[in-house]
Design a protein around this ligand. Structure first.
Ligand SMILES: *Cc1c(COP(=O)(O)O)cnc(C)c1O
Length: 404
């Protein structure tokens, strides 16, 4: 018998759950795109996007996804043949570097593996060696969605400065924006970007690129920004269609207005971060109990061992032999869709089916988190996976504020 009828929960790390009010805001006829409410609404999005990224600098909107943001941000800050340094803590760094290489940018990877933090000192050391300042940018994925490792952007900035190196700091905030704390200006990030379909709770289709004056300066020497990708005309344009270099993503804009109302004007960005942190703490507490140390370390465990570098938006789990089974069981029996493991094991490796991910970004509540955890608990039991007890009690204790 399946218990998957009734409400469905999407707990993958993007796209995330779209709130009903966002969907309703989009359900309307096409608006006039030359004058009237849509124009005013679009202007109103810019300051709120800046609030979400905590920047007073520039915000642009592209019709596109995260890959578009990768391309947009690189195109505006680099010339063909430039070298960039890519600290790596998961497969999204590989994807970003590949985009750079396809644009004629040379990449140097600094691989920290799939389980440990980026080491800011190692980044600083590499920059000190680069006495000719050949490295133009450091490309840091803030939260790598495959491994669920969070980078310390502030510490990395401090190392770049301590090395006396002029490299720009780019942050891929696709998974983190609107979930994990992100303070672009305070942390000295020069270019940051995200899409709309993760923390910002709208259907995939828009990408946001934020940049400061140092990055604007780099635009002057870049030769990769073609008509569509150039951020200059898109920034505070006098003519409306320049925002998008063509027809705007009309309905997405209505959806985004609604989600930014929820995030910025109703809950408040700091409270949004705290909600995500609390729910993530409940989830991590549950996994700490479930973790099974009785099988030579080959049992259920969180991918990221150090709690300080765990994301509040996505969690990667190692479950040798059973990761795929558990995910399928939750989908078939509970109406809960968990994320697949991504790039954590080579094809054919015994760990290929040994991962799953929990997306907890955006429209998540205490109720949805406890439902997700209880569903996983049922799946572990149904599949006879060895696991510790007390997980749900530990999670609800965190939520009740009685963390032991
Ligand atoms: C989702 C994601 C991307 C890619 O976004 P798409 O919209 O799928 O192109 C890039 N980087 C990170 C960190 C992501 O989480």
């Amino acid at each position: 018998m399946s218990l998957s009828h009734g409400p469905q929960t999407l707990a993958i790390p993007g796209p995330s759950i779209i709130p009903d009010r966002v969907l309703r805001a989009m359900h309307r006829p096409s608006p006039n795109i030359y004058v009237g409410p849509l124009v005013d609404l679009t202007h109103s999005l810019i300051p709120d996007l800046k609030t979400v990224a905590q920047t007073d600098h520039n915000a642009t909107i592209y019709i596109g996804n995260g890959h578009a943001a990768w391309e947009a941000s690189l195109a505006n800050t680099h010339a063909k043949g430039d070298l960039v340094l890519v600290p790596r803590t998961g497969t999204f760094a590989d994807g970003w570097a590949e985009v750079a290489r396809c644009m004629g940018i040379r990449t140097e990877m600094l691989d920290f593996g799939n389980r440990d933090a980026m080491d800011p000192a190692a980044i600083g050391q590499r920059l000190r060696e680069d006495t000719g300042h050949e490295i133009k940018s450091v490309l840091c994925v803030h939260v790598d969605t495959s491994s669920s490792i969070k980078a310390d952007l502030k510490a990395i900035r401090a190392e770049i400065d301590a090395a006396g190196h002029p490299a720009l700091l780019h942050a891929d905030c696709m998974a983190s924006l609107g979930c994990d704390e992100m303070r672009m200006d305070d942390w000295g990030v020069d270019v940051a970007f995200a899409g709309c379909q993760k923390g910002l709770m709208t259907p995939a289709g828009m990408a946001f690129v934020f940049y400061n004056d140092r990055a604007a300066k780099a635009r002057e020497r870049s030769d990769l920004a073609t008509f569509y990708w150039d951020w200059t005309p898109r920034t505070d344009p006098e003519i409306y269609f320049r925002y998008f270099q063509g027809t705007g993503p009309t309905h997405h804009l209505y959806g985004l207005r609604e989600s930014l109302d929820m995030i910025v004007h109703e809950e408040g960005i700091e409270n949004v971060w705290t909600r995500h942190a609390t729910l993530a703490a409940a989830l991590h507490a549950a996994f700490d109990r479930w973790e099974d140390h009785g099988t030579n370390g080959a049992g259920l465990e969180l991918n990221v061992r150090d709690p300080a570098i765990r994301s509040n938006a996505v969690t990667s789990v190692r479950l040798p032999e059973h990761g795929t089974d558990l995910r399928m069981w939750c989908e078939d029996h509970m109406g809960l869709t968990l994320g697949i493991g991504l790039g954590m094991a080579p094809n054919g490796d015994r760990m290929t089916n040994g991962f799953f991910r929990v997306g907890h970004m955006g429209h998540v509540s205490g109720h949805s988190m406890l439902g997700t955890l209880a569903s996983i608990d049922a799946g572990l039991k149904a599949l006879n996976v060895p696991h510790g007890t007390g997980a749900l009690e530990a999670a609800s204790a965190v939520i009740a504020g009685k963390d032991r």
